[in-house]
Design a protein around this ligand. Structure first.
Ligand code: CO
Length: 491
């Protein structure tokens, strides 16, 4: 096991900052997301491990606060499209990054999937993630229902990982500084080591960031990290104001995988803060070498490149993250109804309101988006209801932030009462069963987890792995994979 506790030049020091006079140095930490959110946002999560490893030595020398390299959609995509074992990716990255802390994005009880998993699966998954090299767990829930985060937090703490309790930032009549501060306090009580404000759509304005960060700092006194997407063009300004208000760490991506629906560029923020009291201390020369490398990498994935570099006004108007729109376009094209796109965009905020204003992040973004498309295509709202929407109204994703419109609820589940307890309380343990089912194809403990999360895709991956060992032509498998296309998962 490599030494993980290398000194970072940008270690947040909340308590020292509080005591220090306002001109004292307060170096800001940088989490680089190129190897996770960067390519998830711009290249449909398709970057292969073989394109990450050659640059690892240089990235490891930079002195980043951490590198986000795993979780989100990367796990699913490895198995489904890249014919890669996500656990092997994590192990190779851990080996390659001897000094820098590795970070992952974890969707609370949904782990790296799209539904709630049993507690025994959550427990085993988090243990193995930390055991294989994750230092920092960024844990969120799409509804900001802390009950859905509790299990992962408890297991992560036991495994001695840094727990980053995360607020999914959104704007609605039921969300505001107060609600976010209440949530942060709850996360601190559960033992979070830091708090992340996660603005997946890119709608956090610079002034709102000042208000939120100021109040969070006052209320919890933990290091605050801001994660924003560039979609609306505000994120770099938002970061600067957030830093001035006390934010300790920001998320950026190397310039070739930054901007658009990804994060602000690492180099831009390093240069912006250079020479100020927030100087990151990172070497722009080294960063530009790394950027050259990723320029070439991006070119190799042009068939998946979803980037528009222009500002997306739809996100400002409707809070719809950029990539969701490309999903709508492909869904509507399939139905020969591309002309209905403007109606769908207007329907999204209405569905969101009906459902009690869930933040639009995986999986709620897909839930709201699918229903908006159905409502428009059917010509009558909720004439057809997606099964996930039904489950949502039943409370099976957790407690909606606001109230589900009673008339809509009646339409969808009749007189049935939604559950009021934590959804996973009703889910029986699943690990033993998964192990039984996949035993003949299993090579290591982690295989059970891949299978428990994504049964058909993991089974296919294991079968192909076995076939490859017994000499089946791998090119046929590769060809079959090229046919499939992934959806977009705002994160
Ligand atoms: Co993100």
């Amino acid at each position: 096991m490599p030494a993980k506790k290398a000194a970072s030049p940008a270690k947040p020091a909340a308590t020292a900052a509080k005591r220090a006079p306002s001109t004292a140095k307060r170096p800001v930490g940088i989490t680089d997301t190129t190897l996770r959110d960067g390519h998830q946002s711009l290249l449909a999560t398709r970057m292969k491990t073989e394109d990450m490893l050659p640059i690892a030595e240089q990235m490891d020398r930079v002195g980043f606060h951490s590198l986000e390299v795993w979780g989100g959609a990367t796990f699913d995509t490895c198995l489904r499209f890249l014919n890669e074992d996500p656990w092997e990716r994590l192990r190779s990255l851990r080996k390659a990054f001897q000094r820098t802390k590795l970070q992952m994005l974890l969707r609370g009880q949904n782990l790296v999937g799209y539904k709630h998993y049993p507690d025994d699966v959550v427990e085993a998954f988090v243990k193995k993630a930390v055991g294989n090299g994750i230092d920092i767990l960024r844990i969120f829930d799409a509804l900001n229902d802390v009950r859905n985060m509790e299990k992962a937090i408890a297991v992560g703490r036991k495994a001695k990982a840094h727990i980053q309790g995360t607020i999914s930032y959104t704007i609605s009549p039921v969300h505001g500084v107060e609600a976010n501060v209440t949530m942060a306090k709850r996360l601190a009580d559960l033992g979070a080591d830091s708090i992340c404000v996660k603005d997946m759509a890119g709608i956090l304005t610079p002034s709102a960031a000042v208000d939120l960060v100021t109040e969070l700092k006052k209320a919890v006194g933990l290091p605050i990290q801001v994660h924003a997407h560039y979609t609306s063009g505000m994120a770099a300004m938002t970061y600067l104001k957030a830093i001035e208000a006390g934010a300790d760490v920001i998320d950026t991506a190397m310039s070739p995988l930054a901007l658009g629906t990804s994060q602000p560029a690492t180099e831009t923020m390093v240069a912006t803060l250079s020479g100020t009291r927030y100087d990151t201390g990172l070497d722009l020369g080294l960063l530009s070498e790394i950027a050259e490398y990723f320029k070439a990498v991006r070119g190799r994935y042009s068939q998946f490149d979803v980037a528009g570099s222009t500002v997306d006004t739809n996100v400002l108007m409707y809070q719809i993250p950029g990539g969701m729109i490309s999903n709508f376009v492909s869904q509507l094209k399939q139905q020969n109804a591309l002309d209905k796109l403007p109606q769908v965009l207007q329907e999204v905020p209405r569905v969101r309101k009906d459902l009690g204003y869930p933040p639009l992040v995986t999986p709620t973004s897909q839930i709201v988006g699918t229903q908006a498309v159905l409502n428009v295509l059917m010509g009558e709202r909720y004439k057809m209801v997606a099964s996930e929407v039904k489950a949502y109204v039943r409370g099976l994703y957790g407690r909606p932030p606001g109230k589900v419109d009673p008339a809509i609820s009646k339409l969808i589940i009749g007189d049935e009462k939604p559950i009021t307890h934590r959804p996973a309380d009703d889910i029986p343990p699943g690990l033993a069963e998964a192990k039984k089912e996949i035993a003949p194809l299993m090579e290591k403990e982690e295989d059970v987890l891949s299978y428990a999360l994504f049964p058909p895709n993991a089974r296919k991956f294991f079968e192909e792995r076995m076939a490859a060992k017994t000499g089946t032509d791998q090119r046929l498998v590769e060809e079959a994979r090229k046919e499939s296309k992934a959806g977009y998962y705002p994160a």
